[in-house]
Every structure is written in C-alpha cells, then in structure tokens.
Write a protein of this length. Sequence first.
Length: 307
Amino acid sequence: MDALSVLLQNVHLFETKYYRLNCVGNWSYSLTRKDTILFYLVMSGSFCIDVGNDRREVHAGDIIMIPNTHRHTSYALAYDGDAAQPLDEMLNSCKAQTLDVKGEGESNSSLILIECKYDKEMIRPLLSVLPSILPEINEESDGRFEVIDVEIKLLTLEAERERMGKTAVINHWASIMMIECLRVYIESLPEATENWLKAMKDPFLTKALAAMHEAPSKSWTIHKLAEVAGMSRSSFAQRFKDTVGMPPLTYLIDYRLRLAARYLRLQQNSISRISELVGYASDSTFSQAFKRVYGVSPKAYRQQYHG
C-alpha cells in the first residue's frame, strides 16, 4: 500500500451534507463553518473564492477543497459589491438541497457545495501543512478531474432517491474527493517544498512512513525503519528529520497517541487493548505517555467523550 493510502486510512469524514447552488447575476455569499472540510464541484460557469488572503478563480469542471477555515466568500467574476449575503442561515434552514443565490445581471454559475465533519486528532498534522484552497490550478493540471462527472452523477442519484446506506455512500465519496484533491496537490509540490508531505513523494521515506502507519504496534527502531527505507541508519534519520520536521521515532509516538485517542473516542476496545494496538508494553507506560501529550489519563479522556 502506498504511503498516502496508509496515511489516510484512519482519516474519516462524516456527517456529509451537500447542496446544489444555482447562482445568477452579480451574486455573492459568505459562509462560516468550523471544523469542517468543504468541497466545490463546479458544474457550470466561473466564479471566485476568497479564503483569508488567498483568492482563487474557478471554472466548470473544477473540484476545489477548502480544508480548514472558519469563513470564506464566493462571488461572480463581475461582482463589485461590498457586502456578501450570509449563506449560513439559508443552509441551516434548507430542507431541499437546492438553493438559489441571486444578484443583478445575467452571469450564471451552478455548483455543488459539500461539507463534511472530520476527526480532528487524526487529520490535524495533515491540515497544518495544507494551503487554504487546494489543489493549485495551473496550465498543466488545469484543475479539471475526470472524476467530477462520476461525483455529480452519484450525488444526483443520491439526492433523488432515499435508499439504504445513503449516508455511508456520501461519506465515502467525500473521502474520495479529498484523496483526489490531496494527491493532485502532493504530485504538484516542487522539490524545494518545506513541507512534510514531500515525504509522500520520497521513494525511501514513503516506505518507512507506510510501515509505521500499517504496523504502529511493532517495536520499531531507527535501524529497522532504515532497513525498510533501504538506507543507512544515519542517512535515514537525517533525511527523515529534514523532510518531515521531526525524528522518526518522535513521529511514530505522535501517530501512536493520536491513534490511541481515536480508539478511546470510539470506545470499542478496553484501555489495555488500545495500549497493545498502539505498541506500548504496559498500561502504565501508555498512560504516562498519553497524559504527557493530552494532559489527562486515557480513562479521563474517554470519559470526556462518553460521560
């Protein structure tokens, strides 16, 4: 399994909602969402998205991911107004899944807006290194994905019918969109990028990362990881630290504890079993390591989520 697949196997999107927006004239709207990943599937027309200081012009056929923001604004290319209408209340009270956003003029855009909740702990390192909008659209990629046709057909079918498993299907397809956006973004990263995602493209480091994520309970050492990577111990340790930003075993400990936190929130295993799953020899060692990072014991952490 490749490193990106392994990295994302414990990243789960849920509570996915989607809306068809028909935008007419010199339209504009602002949208505020917290702890939410947003996607745009642009079906027709062109418009702009502003997230903080990042402005992006998008066109029919684009898939856009906004991975981590509280507020963004979308508007027609010709829009010259001052105040964008807030879309939050309209979406929150929307019983149908189609909304009209109107302004003066004849410009038209049609898009599907998708919003998803996510597991903050598991996706935290990924979100910390992503831009405010991705993937980057350039002349080579042109930002257009063949998968958009499949996405639109699927979402249209799901919107028209009430079938068993509807929520699961939509959550899975949201995950597919995230992977599509991430891999296009990672593939386009220049060699000089100071970003640990560069390790996904490194033919040596990607092997070690995949191994740690596939078997976090294994008794990994620098020597064993260097063997997996096909490098000498010293070269591997230095290359990993330079690229990822931390030593290999520090990265492993961080991943183990984030994974443990996820297991505790799911409440599907005992604390002793979770300790084993994430590679700790004893419950006390696990408890001490967990408390150093999260400030509370595994038991107290679990109670915060389940009372």
